[in-house]
Design a binder for this molecule. Structure first.
Ligand code: FE2
Ligand code: FE2
Length: 268
């Protein structure tokens, strides 16, 4: 039995609100009387993709647990690599990374498309993922993570910027029965569904939580500024995954007014 955490969409923008909420989540994890197998952070780490935002992210996302971070549509690959990961800026290709532990394999795939808000797993990324899976022991559970959900959620403004080209991912999943679950961010709302017959776990947002169309009667990407940051704990036990949703911080966490908060999610 092991536990890993999943958080997403910190949207660090140089302001105190996003930093305080990210700090609340990471402090919660660091204070646990338990060693997590991994902490997955599925993108939109920075809000504007500046080097300074990634310097902040590098400090805030440091943890005593193993952390695996991937990019989202708000991220910029060059400074993400240099300032957050401490690697050469490279040629701008996808940032695909794997974390192997004694218990599991975590594959963080780059579903971002530079300059766009919708997503895609590029052929290069799918080939990388296929190679990682082929080399992993069939007995080891695999968790595949990326930023954009590869399904429609009946949230129209999000469905327009979801991950497209998902048939190739579905084929890959079908070939690998040891993929235990897929995990993503981008949606800023805690949710669970399925993709290609496997669990698809959608992370709540650290920076904000989406108001759903059937809660407000519109689809303009509003967020509820009163909701505190959330993350999930995922427990793997005897071949079964259980996801726990946890609120961190408190309603005293500094928040901006509704207009500014709407802008955070309005751009995906
Ligand atoms: Fe986001
Ligand atoms: Fe996003």
């Amino acid at each position: 039995m092991f536990v890993f955490a999943h958080l997403s969409d910190t949207h660090l923008d140089g302001g105190e609100r996003s930093a305080a909420r990210t700090r609340a989540a990471m402090d919660h994890l660091d204070a646990l009387p338990w060693d997590l197998d991994a902490v997955l952070v599925t993108g939109d780490i920075a809000d504007n993709g500046t080097p300074a935002e990634y310097d902040t992210a590098r400090a805030l996302l440091a943890s005593r647990h193993p952390v695996l971070i991937g990019p989202g549509n708000h991220d910029v690959r060059g400074p993400f690599r240099e300032n957050l990961l401490g690697e050469p800026a490279g040629d701008g290709g996808p940032i695909n990374r794997v974390l192997r532990t004694a218990s599991a394999l975590y594959a963080m795939c780059d579903s971002s498309i530079p300059g766009r808000h919708d997503g895609l797993l590029a052929p290069e990324t799918l080939a990388w993922l296929s190679g990682v899976l082929d080399e992993s022991p069939p007995s080891l559970p695999v968790f595949v993570a990326f930023h954009h959900p590869p399904v429609e959620l009946r949230i129209p403004f999000l469905d327009a910027i979801r991950q497209f080209g998902e048939a190739d991912l579905a084929d890959l999943v079908a070939r690998h029965p040891n993929i235990a679950a897929l995990l993503c961010g981008h949606v800023h709302t805690p949710a669970a569904t399925t993709f290609a017959g496997r669990p698809l776990l959608l992370a709540p947002g650290i920076v904000s939580t989406l108001s759903l169309p059937w809660e407000r009667g519109d689809d303009e990407g509003h967020v509820d500024p009163l909701l505190p940051p959330m993350l999930t704990f995922n427990v793997w036990d005897a071949g079964r995954l259980t996801t726990h949703y946890r609120v961190v911080g408190s309603l005293d966490t500094p928040i901006r007014d509704r207009t500014e908060a709407v802008d955070v999610i309005g751009r995906g």
